[in-house]
Ligand binder design. Structure first.
Ligand code: FAD
Ligand code: FES
Length: 304
């Protein structure tokens, strides 16, 4: 995919645009169920595996079908050298395989589950700005809701490699079965704390209940910065929680997308500007990662 040069103009920091996008067919080399309605897919996709940075995503589409017609965005979860690696190793730039973790939700993800190893997918990316503008902090806290952890594994690894002494994941889901492959985070050296609504794993309650517990006054721990991904109401709550404690927060929005490269405007979200106003921004090219204070959350003044 193209360099960032030029893409930086106009405040846009994505790496792939309409005039540069290349749709490729890539082979599935592994595909298995890893949790409740949760599947893990490995694609032989060197451009994506070697060229992505933490928090970026790709658009995936099932070839030779018109239903579902549109591609869907999935976060680039992890990257590997060989088709059967279980641990990333060596230089990221020489990796060839990209893993995606998805929750079966609607048409696309349901159809995807039926594709065996050897089948092909159409894919374009890596896309979006990713989490590359996180401030360097000693303790980075990742906050995930639902399947939002997929955007955060690489972020945690990069923070530890870049000098953070601690990365903590607080991850909330409906029940234990949805907390698939949490060991990936532990193996990366990230402290993992879990919450489930039914109490089947970790703290019973929401991820906000979990944050309150892990960072309770007197616990002696305080986040340096929060990076979050998940359903919008949960991220709004995380943004509020962080602001209330004077902690910076960066979020990755999960808005529905159709093209992923800035053409269709399906993905717009209301984002504040430096002058105090707001306007719609395309989350595929100007996001999906934004400072939480820039997002006009539902119910806040500004969004129409
Ligand atoms: C940058 C980015 C990265 C993502 N990464 C992942 C990932 O790694 N794993 C994963 O499982 N999902 C991820 N998602 C979400 C995923 O793209 C959607 O859930 C996708 O729509 C699923 O397609 P589907 O055809 O199965 O469901 P659809 O048929 O598209 O959706 C079913 C229903 O859900 C609603 N819906 C669809 N998308 C959203 C949304 N984002 N927010 C709220 N409602 C929605 C639709 O309106 C519809 O009613 C990501 C989204 C974005 C923007
Ligand atoms: S998804 Fe088409 S402009 Fe963003």
């Amino acid at each position: 995919m193209p360099s960032d040069e030029g893409a930086e103009q106009g405040g846009i920091v994505g790496t792939c645009y309409a005039d540069e996008a290349r749709v490729e067919r890539k082979r599935i080399v592994a595909h298995r169920q890893v949790g409740e309605r949760t599947f893990r897919l490995r694609l032989d996709a060197p451009v994506i595996a070697a060229g992505s940075f933490p928090g970026q995503f790709a658009m995936l589409r099932i070839p030779d079908r018109v239903d579902p017609l549109l591609a869907r965005p999935l976060a680039i979860y992890d990257t590997f050298h060989s088709a059967d690696d279980t641990e990333p190793r060596g230089a990221a730039r020489t990796r060839r395989y990209a893993d995606f973790l998805y929750l079966v939700h609607g048409k696309f993800t349901t159809a995807l589950t039926a594709l065996p190893a050897g089948a092909e997918l159409e894919i374009w990316g890596p896309l979006g700005n990713g989490f590359r503008r996180l401030p360097p902090v000693d303790h980075l806290v990742l906050v995930a809701g639902g399947i939002g952890q997929t955007a955060l594994l690489a972020v945690g690894r990069a923070a530890l490699a870049g000098g953070a002494s601690r990365v903590t994941l607080c991850w909330g889901a409906r029940q234990a079965g949805y907390l698939a492959d949490a060991d990936d985070f532990r193996r990366a050296g990230i402290d993992v704390h879990l919450a489930t609504l039914d109490g089947s794993a970790g703290v019973r309650g929401t991820v906000i209940d979990l944050l309150d517990r892990v960072f309770a006054p007197g616990s002696g721990v305080r986040p340096g910065h929060v990076a979050s991904c998940g359903p919008e109401p949960m991220m709004a709550a995380v943004a509020h929680w962080s602001a209330g404690r004077g902690v910076g927060c960066t979020v990755s929005l999960e808005t529905p997308m159709a093209c992923g490269i800035g053409i269709c405007f399906t993905c717009v979200a209301p984002i504040r500007d430096a002058a105090g106003g707001w306007d719609y921004r395309r989350t595929c090219v100007e996001g999906p990662v934004f400072d939480a204070t820039a997002v006009v959350w539902p119910g806040e003044e500004g969004a129409g």
